[in-house]
Design a protein around this ligand. Structure first.
Ligand code: PMP
Length: 414
């Protein structure tokens, strides 16, 4: 078995903070390896949700009473926490949305609807999740814009050599993931942004997998929009963030109309509220925002560097350990390349769904399917993969259990 230097994260006490991890499944301690789909939540987040609903529950920005003030303060304080996490120049650039999907739909519909013309080009990559493809397809259909895409090499890394060729004076926006949910590839966002800007295009980063595992500094990344979901960083479901550069957000038309997003309403027309409220129509997910901020605070207290060091070590350990499993291939970058601890697995002669079923019987939760990345699966020449994805709370022993269960699955189908 491989030996790897273990970084200084107190995993035992960290894991005790996650109630969902303290259970047996099918008679074995749960091994939760589906954090790329959704992470488990720490007690601090569950308590923040409970405290909000028990003490501060009121609608925001409306009431002139104590609870409404507390709810509004908590909601806006959460925005400040997110702005700090992203190193955003201002909390006014932080828009609450349901998640990454809604954030990208907002930009595609609002910015894209207002700015794209027939023949304009939207540049995506073959690595993208459907939520960073389909919204662009929808606006392309409406405007006559065209989607073009950057390919990957054999190890799932973006073909940056194609970028300069694909970036033309017709390219208006580049939409790229920070990290791939299927292969774990970490994309060189700064380099892509520099080249895109030199060609006169904007850059949107799908940070669904980035925010959970990588340092996010929107100014250092040099992007124009960054989207992420609360539930992938240990926060609640149904809350997420769109960050955008102020001058872009200011110039964009509203995405949805309704209460909260207006300055003045006449029967025939209206004017809009200032940022960020212009993009927040209706009653927001206040508790979700508070819970998301609690998750970000939790990881600050644990120490993001220790978490990253642990996840890096896990990735290297897992790639080493899984190499010993007969007939197993791990698709995507190897351990020397920029990648997260997400492993798309192909086991000779065993369908990914069968792998997931066999592992479930052993208390191990992984995902099998196309991972909302059908173009990528087609590019890889596979209908689906079995995906094991780690988070800060994943242990080396859990990787061992995964490897042993995969060996057993191989033997059953041999
Ligand atoms: N992009 C990527 C890379 C993802 O992994 C996901 C979630 N699987 C999404 C976008 C969509 O996120 P959500 O479903 O939270 O909107």
């Amino acid at each position: 078995m491989a030996t790897v230097a273990r970084p200084s994260l107190d995993l035992d006490s960290l894991r005790r903070e996650f109630p969902a991890l303290q259970q047996d499944v099918n008679g074995r301690p749960l091994v939760y390896l589906d954090s790329a789909a959704t992470a488990q939540r720490p007690r601090a987040v569950l308590e923040a949700l409970r405290a909000f609903y028990e003490h501060d529950n009121a609608n925001v920005h409306r009431g002139l009473y104590e609870l409404a003030r507390r709810a509004t303060d908590a909601y806006e304080a959460a925005r400040v926490t997110v702005a700090r996490f992203l190193n955003a120049p201002s909390p006014a650039e932080v828009v609450w949305v349901r998640g990454t999907t809604e954030a990208i739909n907002l930009v595609a519909a609002s910015w894209g609807g207002a700015n794209l013309r027939a023949g304009d080009e939207i540049l995506v990559t073959v690595l993208e999740h459907h939520s960073n493809l389909v919204p662009w397809q929808l606006v392309a259909q409406r405007t006559g814009a065209v989607l073009r895409s950057v390919d990957i090499d054999d190890r799932g890394r973006l073909r940056l050599d194609q970028l300069d060729e694909l970036l033309t004076d017709r390219t208006r926006i580049v939409a790229v993931g920070h990290a791939s949910n299927a292969l774990g590839t970490i994309n060189p966002v700064r380099e892509i942004a520099d080249r895109a800007h030199a060609a006169g295009a904007l850059v949107l980063v799908d940070g669904a997998q980035g925010a959970a595992h990588l340092p996010v500094d929107v100014q250092a990344l040099g992007c124009d929009f960054y989207a992420f979901s609360g539930h992938k960083v240990g926060g609640p479901m149904g809350i997420g963030v769109l960050w955008g550069r102020r001058e872009l957000l200011d110039a964009m038309p509203p995405y949805q109309g309704g209460g909260e997003m207006i300055a003045r309403v006449e029967l025939q027309q209206s004017t809009w509220a200032e940022l960020p409220h212009k993009f927040e129509a209706g009653t927001p997910n206040v508790a979700g925002a508070v819970g998301l901020a609690a998750a970000l605070d939790f990881w600050d207290a644990v120490g993001r560097e220790a978490v990253q060091a642990h996840e890096d070590a896990l990735a290297r350990y897992a790639l080493d350990r899984l190499r010993d499993v007969p007939g197993l291939r791990v698709l995507g970058p190897d351990s020397t390349e920029a990648r997260t601890a997400v492993f798309s697995l192909a086991l000779d002669g065993v369908h990914p769904h069968d792998i997931a079923t066999i592992l479930d019987a052993d208390g191990i939760a992984i995902r099998a399917g196309h991972h909302c990345a059908q173009p990528l699966m087609r590019r890889l020449g596979v209908p689906a993969t079995a995906r094991a994805s780690c988070f800060a709370y994943t242990t080396f022993e859990e990787i061992d259990r995964l490897a042993i269960a995969l060996e057993a699955a191989g033997r059953i189908f041999a």
